[in-house]
Design a protein around this ligand. Structure first.
Ligand code: HEC
Length: 161
């Protein structure tokens, strides 16, 4: 192959690769759902989940049998119980995480939307940094599991017709 021929081939290949990259980027953008209310940066929320939570809760929120409950398909049910917001913020893994109040409220909003959109109440108001900052000052300790049981019973009752 002569050098000019090689050049032409390289250019054609480069153009095809660019076109493909463009199409892929557009398809990806089209499929990515918009960030939910209270989430400024879904990528950041996901990274915070990866670094601070998924060790126990697993990347897909399914939890670890016997130690960590699943948040997938269940976590938003707490929002139907009167003290549910408080529980979600004061539970130890949340309240004592090293994240700032702003990042933590974003992460909670992201988590509810990512792992349990089906149980989110219609009138859900996103967590704010101020709310989370206030509630996390009183992390739950041993009473967490008791409160958890009570809230789930209440949420079940509230969800029943
Ligand atoms: C060391 C393991 C561990 C880490 C890390 C952890 N959690 Fe948890 N999480 C638990 C356990 C265990 C429970 C059950 C309640 C309890 O006894 O603390 C729980 C409960 C929860 C709940 C309430 C759901 C329910 O069904 O009770 C939420 C929400 C939650 N975690 C979110 C998070 C988030 C967000 C992070 C990261 C910022 C995180 N957790 C980090 C272990 C962990």
């Amino acid at each position: 192959m002569s050098p000019p021929q090689r050049d032409r081939r390289a250019r054609r290949f480069g153009a095809a690769a660019l076109l493909l990259a463009g199409i892929t980027a557009r398809v990806t953008l089209a499929q990515a759902p918009a960030a939910p209310p209270g989430v400024q940066n879904a990528q950041r929320a996901w990274q915070n989940w990866t670094l601070n939570c998924q060790g126990c809760h697993r990347p897909d929120g399914s939890g670890s049998a016997g130690t960590t409950p699943s948040v997938a398909g269940t976590v938003s049910r707490f929002l139907s119980a009167p003290q549910g917001r408080e529980y979600l913020t004061r539970v130890p893994g949340v309240a004592t995480s090293p994240l700032s109040d702003g990042d933590l409220s974003e992460l909670l909003n992201w988590m509810l939307w990512r792992f349990d959109p089906q149980h989110m109440p219609q009138d859900f108001l996103p967590f704010t940094a101020a709310e989370v900052g206030e509630l996390r000052k009183r992390p739950l300790r041993l009473e967490a599991s008791q409160m958890r049981r009570e809230l789930l019973t209440q949420a079940g009752a509230a969800a029943a017709p």
